[in-house]
Design a protein. Structure first.
Length: 234
C-alpha cells in the first residue's frame, strides 16, 4: 500500500475572491471537495478547459511552499502537524503581493507582479524546518524530475531537498493550467487575465496560515487537510 503524500502550500482564505477564482478555474475546491463550474472563457468549451486543467486539478489551487513528499521512516502524521504548526507560528500574517496572469514555460499561472520577500522567506522556512519529515526520493522519483534538464544547482537541491526549485531557485506561482500547446497558450493567458480582472480577485488578501494538503493515494486529488495559523493569529 502506497503511503500518503503531503505538501505545505499557501492557500488563500476560503472566503476570498482569489480562492474562488482559482478553484473555479481548476474545477475543484480542495477545501470542500466541491467541483465548481468553470468560468466562461472565450474560445474554450467546458470539455476543452477540463482537459487543459487536468494536471493542476489533482493538486488543488495553491502556491507551493514545500513540494509533495512522503513521510520519513519513523515519522507520523501527528509529527508532521506538530512540526508544521511550529514552523507557521514563527511567521506573522502578511498581505499577498499583487498577482498577474503569466505564462511560465508551457503553462499559465498567477505570479507576483512585484518582489515578494515574505513569500520567499516563508517558503525557505518550510523547506528547511520540515526537511526532517521528508522521506528521500526513490531513483524513479528522481528520474521523473528529469535531472538532465536541470542546472547543477537545481540537481543539488533535488538531491538534498527533494525538489529543484527551492531557496534561491524558488519562484512563487499559483498554477492555473497544465502544459498547453504554444498556439493555445497566449489565448488562454489573455482569457484568464480577463476573467481574473472581472472576478474581484485582485482585492488585497491577508495570508494568515500555512495549508497542509494530503494525497491519500496516487490516484486521489490532494485535499486541504488543515490550516496552521501564523503567530499572532488572524
Amino acid at each position: 500500500m502506497t503511503a500518503p503524500r503531503y505538501a505545505l502550500y499557501l492557500a488563500p482564505p476560503a472566503e476570498s475572491a482569489l480562492w474562488r477564482f482559482g478553484s473555479c478555474v481548476l474545477g475543484y475546491d480542495a477545501q470542500t471537495g466541491a467541483e465548481p463550474a468553470f468560468p466562461d472563457l472565450p474560445g474554450f468549451d467546458a470539455e476543452a478547459w477540463h482537459a487543459a486543467t487536468a494536471e493542476p486539478r489533482r493538486y488543488g489551487f495553491h502556491g507551493t511552499l514545500k513540494a509533495p513528499f512522503r513521510l520519513a521512516e519513523g515519522k507520523t502524521e501527528p509529527d508532521l502537524v506538530a512540526a508544521a504548526t511550529a514552523c507557521a507560528a514563527g511567521h506573522h500574517p502578511f498581505e499577498m503581493p499583487p498577482l498577474e496572469v503569466r505564462a511560465i514555460g508551457p503553462f499559465v499561472a498567477l505570479v507576483p507582479a512585484v518582489p515578494a520577500p515574505k513569500l520567499e522567506d516563508l517558503a525557505s522556512s518550510c523547506v528547511l524546518e520540515l526537511e526532517g519529515m521528508r522521506a528521500q526520493l526513490s531513483s524513479a522519483d528522481m528520474a521523473r524530475r528529469k535531472p538532465d534538464r536541470l542546472s547543477a544547482r537545481q540537481v543539488g537541491y533535488l538531491e538534498t531537498y527533494g525538489y529543484p526549485y527551492v531557496l534561491d531557485e524558488f519562484r512563487f506561482h499559483m498554477t492555473l493550467t497544465g502544459p498547453l500547446p504554444e498556439g493555445e497558450r497566449g489565448h488562454a493567458m489573455n482569457a484568464l487575465a480577463d476573467a481574473y480582472h472581472a472576478s474581484g480577485a485582485e482585492v488585497p488578501v491577508t495570508l494568515a496560515d500555512i495549508a497542509l494538503y494530503v494525497q491519500e493515494t496516487p490516484m486521489a486529488r490532494f485535499r486541504l487537510m488543515q490550516r496552521l495559523p501564523f503567530g499572532g493569529g488572524r
